[in-house]
Ligand binder design. Structure first.
Ligand SMILES: C[S@@+](CC[C@H](N)C(=O)[O-])C[C@H]1O[C@@H](n2cnc3c(N)ncnc32)[C@H](O)[C@@H]1O
Length: 185
């Protein structure tokens, strides 16, 4: 099996560690946890929770590392799995609602340590544009589905429009299907 065949195979395995499917490949999922460890993330904001599988894993992590906090934003409550649906750390609403953005902004401002916002709702490019200004120096922004809903053209324009954001680990992240940015100032 060559490398491309191997990648196709691993990307076809659905991610379902504890019974709630997650819309990330195993490689993408592993990099979420790797990045949280490497960058010492203390607040992870998931924009677009879907079934709640990633939420559940990150909430488990919070049980073991109390300094780490998770916050999910999801517009469609009914699609969240039953055991996650009423969780107080999953906020029901649109990530573009000014009140929701204010709430997330407050959480970011008050957070002790580094924040990562994961743009994974229905309009990831708009989320990048609307959430980059909410970050503080040293915080991270990650956008899913590259190249796809996150297009190469958008990333070029984003770098021009947000000169304080720097795309990092480009080759690895693009290979794995996402884009990762750090706020530099
Ligand atoms: C690709 S799924 C998220 C996958 C999830 N992050 C995971 O890893 O399993 C996109 C989700 O975004 C939600 N969504 C769409 N528009 C939204 C919005 N404006 N605000 C919040 N959530 C939204 C959809 O209902 C859907 O559940």
């Amino acid at each position: 099996m060559n490398l491309d065949e191997y990648k196709l195979m691993t990307n076809a395995i659905s991610t379902n560690p504890f019974g709630i499917p997650i819309a990330q490949t195993w490689n993408q999922l592993s990099t979420v946890f790797d990045d949280i460890n490497r960058f010492e993330i203390t607040l992870f904001v998931e924009l677009g929770v879907y079934l709640g599988g990633l939420s559940e894993l990150l909430l488990m992590r919070q049980n073991f590392y109390p300094e780490f906090k998770y916050l999910g934003i999801e517009i469609a409550k009914s699609q969240i799995y039953g055991r996650m649906r009423e969780h107080p750390q999953i906020h029901i609403g649109s990530s573009f609602d000014p009140a929701v953005k204010d709430m997330v902004s407050q959480r970011i401002c008050n957070n002790v340590g580094t924040v990562m916002v994961y743009c994974d709702n229905g309009d990831k490019q708009r989320e990048m544009i609307e959430y980059a200004p909410l970050l503080r120096k040293g915080d991270y922004l990650r956008s899913h589905d590259y190249p796809g809903e996150t297009t190469p053209e958008h990333l070029v324009q984003f770098a021009i429009d947000f000169p304080y954001m720097k795309e990092i680990e480009i080759e690895k992240c693009h290979q794995l299907g996402f884009s990762l940015w750090r706020r530099m100032e």
